[in-house]
Design a protein around this ligand. Structure first.
Ligand code: KG4
Ligand code: ZN
Length: 336
């Protein structure tokens, strides 16, 4: 059985996984440095880099041991690693580690695009899925709607023209005095609130597939200043509904424009959002297509998804050169 060791260090999570070529996950280990960033209200690149440096060795070792492998001489066939996009200092640590393991164990290694990794996450749990798939890729750094004709064949239909959805969650949470990261906090609060209590605009109602969340954030600030009496839970529920509504409108528009689509998928950290998950299920039912909602641990950053994308890139483009450099701004659309 062919096994890949994958490493992911693009942001604050140090992750390693062992995944076979049939995409069965043998182990997936994640260590987050989020507790160190909380006080600063966002990920501090220097702190994230330093945390990766101390964590990467133990995390890889745990992934190998949990997969039943000898951590000193593992029976691995390829090393996959996120080489972009992400924080340069963080990426370099994962990339250097992957190169070192590949050299030490005489293995091929392959650089993977982090966003393509997110697109592969649903495949790890639903090998039976049917194409084409339309994916809402929504995280702290990105928001896009992607048409996937098959594994690794993607077309970015639209993306945010300003803030990412997760970034909007984090900024609104900060305004409301909630802890970082704000997405889970708002999601939790929203469960006890009534959407629509605070009147908020649904941005980007045009015919394209792009998003915008910056105006919505400003609208929350204005509305809460004007109506301080509105309960926090109601503010959270209203904001959450407005974000989901915008994303779901564009998802519906895509399904109308591309009627051969067989499934809709969610990917990225915001895919953990309960309102969005319910909404995507509703839209899938309306259009009689499958809903692919990865488990929460597969939505947020992990190395199993990097292994899945790595297997595809390795099979279709061969190994990367050991001189491969990190690409902090590597766009998904640049992958052919
Ligand atoms: O994909 P991810 O783990 O990291 C990258 O940005 O690549 O996404 C993190 C983002 C954060 O902005 C966080 O607030 C958001 O995902 N998030 C959520 C939820 N859980 C995480 N947003 C809304 N609802 C959630 N339940
Ligand atoms: Zn991510």
């Amino acid at each position: 059985m062919a096994l890949a060791l994958a490493i992911e260090t693009s942001c604050d999570d140090t992750a390693a996984a062992v995944v076979d070529a049939q995409l069965h996950v043998h182990s997936s280990v994640i260590e987050s440095s989020i507790d160190q960033h909380r006080a600063f209200g966002g990920v501090v690149p220097e702190l994230a880099g330093r945390a990766h440096l101390t964590t990467i060795g133990p995390v890889v070792r745990r992934a190998l041991v949990e997969a039943g492998l000898d951590p000193h001489a593992p029976a691995i066939d390829v090393v996959a690693v996120t080489s972009g996009p992400g924080l340069i200092g963080s990426l370099l640590i994962g990339l250097s580690a992957a190169k070192a393991y590949a050299l030490a164990w005489d293995l091929p290694f392959v650089g993977v695009n982090h966003l393509e990794g997110h697109l592969f996450a649903p495949l790890l749990e639903r090998p039976d899925l049917q194409w084409p798939i339309v994916t809402l890729l929504v995280s702290g750094g990105h928001s896009m709607i992607v048409l996937q004709h098959g594994p690794g064949e993607h077309e970015v239909l639209g993306e945010t023209i300003d803030d990412a959805a997760g970034e909007a969650y984090d900024k609104v949470a900060r305004w409301l005095g909630l802890a970082y990261p704000g997405g889970p906090e708002i999601d939790r609060l929203a469960a006890g609130g009534t959407p629509g209590t605070l009147k908020l605009p649904v941005s980007m109602t045009g015919e394209d597939f792009d998003f915008s969340f910056s105006g919505l954030k400003t609208a929350v600030v204005r509305a809460t200043e004007k109506h301080p009496e509105v309960a926090l839970a109601d503010v959270a529920a209203s904001f959450q509904a407005a974000v989901s509504e915008q994303l779901l409108r564009k998802l519906r528009r895509t399904l109308v424009a591309y009627p051969d689509v067989r499934a809709v998928a969610l990917a990225g950290g915001v895919a953990a959002n309960s309102a969005l998950r319910r909404g995507v299920e509703r839209v899938a039912q309306e259009f009689a297509v499958a809903a692919l909602l990865p488990s929460l641990s597969m939505c947020t950053d992990n190395a199993a998804m990097i292994a899945a994308a790595g297997w595809y890139r390795f099979a279709h483009g061969g190994p990367s050169d050991l001189a491969l450099s990190a690409r902090p701004s590597w766009a998904l659309a640049e992958i052919s």
